[in-house]
Design a protein around this ligand. Structure first.
Ligand SMILES: [Ca+2]
Ligand SMILES: [Ca+2]
Length: 482
């Protein structure tokens, strides 16, 4: 079984889950200046990292190293399984059901003209805020008021970077008529966009800064296309690739909206015969690309991990090493065939669970895996508290600093996920409850069914469980703007 189970969490390099009681000081030590934040986002990263065990062949020694230096969350969930709403909710602290931001087309300031982003709040409190790569949904300075500086490539350099990434796609043997965009390419790491952003971030870590800094480095991978240099594919030999465990008739017990989300059909138009061919999974099977896709996702994650390692090295070798919080987060999960679905865009755990690791010189345990459900919506109030700033009203999340100090603390707060208007999932340690806008329901018992194969929602014996979980559904569902 690929999915992490409670019993398999004692894994590579992580110590026993048993919490060793130990006094931990608060982060905001008055004798020091406020801590800096190195904020690393990784686009479309599910739980396929070594220490989380989401895939047994994931190789991420550097993200694992960060986890050994802090707390990693085995049940970290996005607010929405899609880039724009996930990132806007994280960075404003406002849930999609309160903002009305459900898709990738919505502009932050059309929906939330008065919202104060995390970066704006830090700026108000004496921080400098700098970013590069994909932090909001885009690789330029989305919401300029949030940033003192945003690293951007010039138009020509950006075009050259794109071109280098696609230059060899014809050589990698992909069928011309399929949408799959993955395979090794013959470019050096330094030609890759993410690496240019990492190099800039490292240059900032090597400097002295007058103010405490918020420094954001946003990887655009492992979002498709999965084109990375050959050496990362060599780390994951095709002949050894293990596929995710799936059930052929898994969709049979889904309500209408669940079936609809699973059966998403894509029209891929690149101007050359890339028309709709049906569902992703049927195309992947038709061209015998499943193993290659899994290999390419693992390879692209290893590529990101290599450069996360360079960021960590730069921080460790800098004057900021002893006063910098590190947060690494993915914006949602990813299907690679589970429920015969690819990509995100569903309310199952696979599309919503992501990687979240937090380390800090003080106030955060080292080498602990926290199993409590947490949400990316919690990051804003968490960082505000870790920086010793006044708590903000009007945020939908809740600070998880108690879990950073004591990862086995009783928590009891479920995570909430939303995909489109009035489609929600509620996740506790045991249960996942999904309710769609037409009243369709799913219920999964993760203690017996971590793959979410058996929908229990129609069984009378689970009505009290559902009633309890429904208490965590949003009371307000803001309509999208016309
Ligand atoms: Ca994404
Ligand atoms: Ca099923």
């Amino acid at each position: 079984m690929i999915r992490t189970t409670l019993n398999s969490l004692a894994i590579i390099g992580l110590s026993s889950l048993l919490f060793v009681a130990c006094a931990v000081k608060g982060v905001n030590n008055t004798s020091k200046s406020p801590p800096n934040i190195l904020f690393i986002s990784v686009d479309d990263l599910n739980d396929w990292v070594g220490h989380l065990g989401g895939h047994p062949q994931a190789k991420t020694p550097n993200i694992d190293r960060l986890a050994r230096n802090g707390v990693s969350f085995s049940r970290a969930y996005c607010s929405a399984p899609l880039c724009n709403p996930s990132r806007i909710s994280l960075l404003t602290g406002i849930l999609p059901s309160n903002s009305g931001v459900y898709g990738n087309g919505e502009k932050l300031r059309d929906y939330l003209p008065e919202a104060k982003t995390l970066m704006q709040y830090l700026k108000e409190n004496g921080y400098s805020t700098q970013g590069g790569g994909k932090i909001f949904h885009g690789t330029r300075a989305v919401d300029p008021d949030s940033w003192d500086f945003y690293f951007e490539l010039g138009r020509e350099e950006m075009q050259a970077t794109r071109k280098s990434q696609y230059a060899n796609r014809r050589k990698v043997g992909l069928p011309e008529s399929a949408w799959m965009r993955w395979g090794p390419i013959e470019v050096s790491d330094d030609e890759m966009f993410d690496v240019k952003v990492v190099n800039w971030t490292i240059s900032e870590l090597e400097k002295s800064h007058e103010k405490p800094f918020f420094l954001a480095c946003g990887f655009t991978k492992p979002h498709l296309p999965w084109y990375v240099p050959q050496k990362y594919f060599d780390m994951h030999p095709l002949e050894d690739i293990i596929l995710p465990e799936t059930l052929d008739n898994d969709r049979d017990d889904l309500p209408a909206w669940g079936k609809r989300f699973a059966a998403e059909v894509h029209t891929i138009s690149t101007g050359k015969n890339f028309a709709t061919q049906g569902e992703d999974h049927s195309i992947v099977l038709k061209y015998n690309e499943w193993e290659k896709g899994v290999q390419a996702y693992l390879a692209t994650i290893s590529y990101v991990d290599e450069h996360v390692g360079r960021l960590l090295n730069a921080l460790e070798n800098s004057e900021h090493a002893d006063n910098t919080i590190v947060v690494l987060w993915g914006d949602h999960g990813w299907h690679l065939g589970e429920k015969q679905h690819w990509r995100k865009h569903t309310l199952w755990e696979v599309a919503n669970r992501t990687t979240l690791v937090i380390s800090a010189p003080e106030g955060v345990q080292k080498n602990h895996l926290c199993e409590r459900p947490v949400s990316l919506i919690d990051l804003y109030p968490t960082l505000v508290e870790m920086c010793g700033l006044p708590a903000r009203d009007g945020l939908d999340g809740q600070s998880i600093t108690p879990l950073l100090r004591n990862p086995v603390l009783e928590w009891g707060r479920p995570a909430l996920m939303t995909f489109g208007l009035q489609n929600h999932a509620v996740q506790t340690e045991r249960w996942r409850y999904i309710r769609y806008n037409d009243g369709g329901e799913e219920l999964y018992d993760h203690t017996r069914d971590p793959n979410e194969w058996t929908n229990l929602a129609s069984l009378a014996e689970y009505k009290p469980v559902i009633k309890e979980l429904q208490q965590s559904l949003p009371k307000v569902n803001r309509q999208p703007l016309k």
